[in-house]
Ligand binder design. Structure first.
Ligand code: 3H9
Length: 655
């Protein structure tokens, strides 16, 4: 084979009469201007070279094509555009096959759909995740995919941005075949001996007829999850066009919609989230520090939080040693962890054999000495300073000198806990969110004395758990609860000023939160925050504004949903406005001599966003958070802030 180069990122080899074109644009072979130009030159060459009878298109490394180059969005367009390239591939006079060697996403799949055949390795992944970036496929995806798999299936994939394994893609009809062995050789054989017409042009195929019920069902299901985002609705509209409109007109409409969404606020917000996620957990200078090896994880306390952490660690392949105070407690802890694994089996995330294999890596005992085997010990005991410091002092005498100790405290000062131990440099905070085996967010607390390799180890542990680690410094409540407190405080100020809980909740839901603040309060229960307020009462600044309404509700036993009354009343799980709450709010206003005034939805949202944004700025100036994007990710992944609004810091800069 002789090598040919068409641009910095596109080269080819001639295998007899077949031109094997490779895209090599690390890290994900995105379709940058150089790739698009290189592919056009490759096609020019294949067009005029009589010795070339067919083309194979593939990617270098473990990716086929990760999609359009997201970094080019927002910059002036450079020709050839992706739709131009895709049209040329589909219309090309010689057969072109996509040899999908790995991930084919977004524009990458659109390129493959324009090819005349598609073969893939069994471990390839296929999808159009554009809606997750606030856009729709912009190079024919909404028109070609339904022609291959039908409208309902295309709606389901595109409007949810679902990425599927190659096997499923083959069953659906996206891929012609899978190659277990040598993908390029198999693709060459397939294109030479194609049973079907070798120039099967997807865009010319009819959309398979379907009942409107199945399409409506797929659309309704996708819209239910969309929470007011535009892109999924537009994707559905465009996919439906495939069956009713000419390809040329539908492609023009797709392009117009793509450009409009790409240049809009939601897409800007979701791009911000995409890049913030890639930056999360990166700490300057830490790249050169090697993490310690962690294989055995000790967990002290196997209650709600500890059992969730244990399940997460088992899912990630760790050996887990749970420790409880009594043998009965250990039995219960083991049952709780096994129960979580059962739930994973029920939901199809784990099979029965996997469950057994997980349980074989678990021991739960009442003997803390077992923790001598652990590389990392996470404490998840009652959030009380005396309890935690006593435990850590005890663990000092048990765990190995090179083992790491992590505290899962939510509100206590981990520097104080660390200072009470013999080796504060091996202590780090791991603030999980409940349920810990489900929630992606993990605040990794870099304490005053935490050693760099301990922090690096905590981050490596978080990544292996599949979590989104956000590094933060020590402050009461860390990033999330600090912002949440500021937001809750502002909401309570508004209650006193004249807004009602249901008005504030409705405004938040209209903005995109899955649930309003007061409904969340009711779900979590009001008594823990009440106990904290009572503890803090003696040290509270008497000049600071304090709203008593939540205290009044607690004094009346209104602890939330579990007792049937909180900020709302609950009957058979249904939430309703309770006049008793309104009366208490009015009484509290009267007590302070406040004349209530009305609030618009916009005003409510603006005040809450300002409160969150100001607290975020304070966290940045105190160096508790390293980047505004980190704060946004915490609020999106831990507190229901709508991702398509970019998080409170992003939103603060865009109002
Ligand atoms: C599209 O295609 C629109 C078209 O329909 C129409 C156009 C007209 N561009 O995630 P990782 C970077 S929209 C530029 O850690 P992994 C990423 O920022 C696109 N850069 O790796 C990171 O950079 P850094 C549709 C990209 O192995 C590095 O690559 N496609 C892109 O865990 C590694 O990323 C998508 O939405 C990109 N498209 O996962 C796919 N993708 O090292 C989005 C990644 O500087 N991408 N980067 O931090 C992904 O889902 C994952 O990155 C992927 C690899 C699965 C590909």
């Amino acid at each position: 084979m002789s090598a040919l180069r068409f641009s910095d990122t596109v080269s080819a080899k001639l295998a007899d009469d077949i031109l094997v074109v490779t895209i090599d644009n690390p890290p994900v072979n995105a379709l940058s201007a150089d790739v698009r130009a290189g592919l056009m030159v490759a096609l020019d060459r294949a067009e005029v070279d009589k010795a070339v009878t067919a083309i194979i298109l593939t990617g270098a490394g473990s990716t086929f094509i990760g999609g359009a180059d997201i970094r080019e969005f927002g910059k002036p367009p450079v020709e050839p555009t992706l739709p131009q390239l895709v049209a040329r591939i589909e219309d090309f006079a010689k057969p072109i096959a996509a040899a999908i060697n790995g991930v084919a996403l977004g524009g990458g799949l659109e390129v493959a759909l324009a090819c005349h055949r598609r073969l893939a390795s069994p471990d390839a992944k296929i999808g159009m995740p554009e809606v997750k970036l606030g856009i729709v496929p912009g190079a024919g995806g909404t028109q070609r995919l339904p022609r291959l798999i039908g409208t309902a299936a295309a709606v389901e994939l595109i409007a949810n941005g679902r990425v599927i394994p190659a096997g499923e893609a083959q069953r659906l009809g996206i891929l012609d075949d899978l190659s277990d062995g040598a993908l390029i050789e198999d693709s060459i054989t397939a294109i030479r001996h194609a049973a079907m017409p070798s120039l099967r042009r997807t865009g010319t195929l009819p959309v398979p007829p379907e009942t409107s019920e199945s399409i409506d069902k797929a659309a309704t299901e996708a819209m239910r999850k969309a929470r007011g985002q535009r892109a999924p609705a537009e994707a559905i509209r465009l996919v439906r066009l495939a069956a009713t409109t000419s390809l040329a007109d539908a492609l023009a409409e797709e392009r117009r919609t793509f450009v409009e969404l790409r240049d809009g606020e939601e897409a800007a917000a979701l791009r911000h989230v995409f890049f913030a996620e890639r930056a999360a957990g990166k700490v300057e200078g830490l790249e050169k520090v090697s993490p310690r090896g962690i294989e055995t994880v000790g967990i002290v306390g196997t209650g709600l939080m500890g059992s969730g952490i244990a399940a997460a660690a088992l899912n990630a392949g760790y050996r887990v040693i749970g420790v409880e105070q009594t043998p009965e407690g250990a039995d219960k802890g083991r049952e709780r962890i096994a129960g979580l694994l059962d739930k994973s089996v029920q939901s199809g995330r784990l099979d029965a054999a996997g469950r057994e294999e997980h349980l074989a890596r678990l021991t739960v005992s009442a003997d803390a000495e077992e923790l001598a085997q652990a590389d990392l010990v996470v404490e998840a005991v009652f959030d009380d300073l005396a309890v935690k410091t006593a435990l850590f002092q005890r663990l000092d005498g048990i765990i190995r000198a090179d083992a790491i100790l992590a505290t899962n405290t939510s509100y206590l000062d981990p520097n104080v806990i660390a200072a009470a131990t013999a080796h504060p440099e091996r202590i780090v905070g791991l603030h999980f969110f409940s349920p810990a085996n489900i929630m992606r967010l993990l605040e990794v607390v870099n304490c005053k004395r935490t050693a760099p390799d301990v922090l690096a180890s905590a981050l490596a542990f978080a990544k292996r758990l599949g979590k989104l680690p956000i590094v933060c410094g020590v402050t009461e409540g860390f990033i999330g609860n600090r912002i949440f407190s500021a937001y809750r405080r502002e909401a309570e100020f508004m209650l006193e000023d004249g807004a009602l809980p249901q008005e504030i909740d409705a405004a938040l839901e209209a903005y995109g939160f899955p649930m309003g603040l007061f409904a969340v309060y009711d779900m979590a229960g009001l008594e823990i925050a009440w106990a904290r307020r009572k503890r803090q009462a003696a040290t509270r600044d008497p000049a600071a504004r304090y709203v008593v309404i939540a205290d009044r509700l607690c004094e009346a036993g209104r602890f939330g949903q579990k007792v049937g009354r909180g900020w709302y009343a609950y009957s058979q799980g249904r939430r309703s406005v309770d006049p008793e709450v309104t009366a208490k709010i009015e009484a509290a206003r009267k007590e302070k001599g406040v004349t209530p005034r009305g609030f618009t939805t916009d005003e409510i949202v603006a005040r809450l966003l300002r409160a969150m944004g100001d607290e975020g700025k304070a966290l940045l100036s105190e160096h508790v958070a390293a980047r505004p994007g980190d704060i946004d990710l915490v609020m999106i992944n831990g507190y229901g802030f709508p991702a398509h609004k970019g998080g409170p810091m992003f939103a603060a800069g865009h109002r």
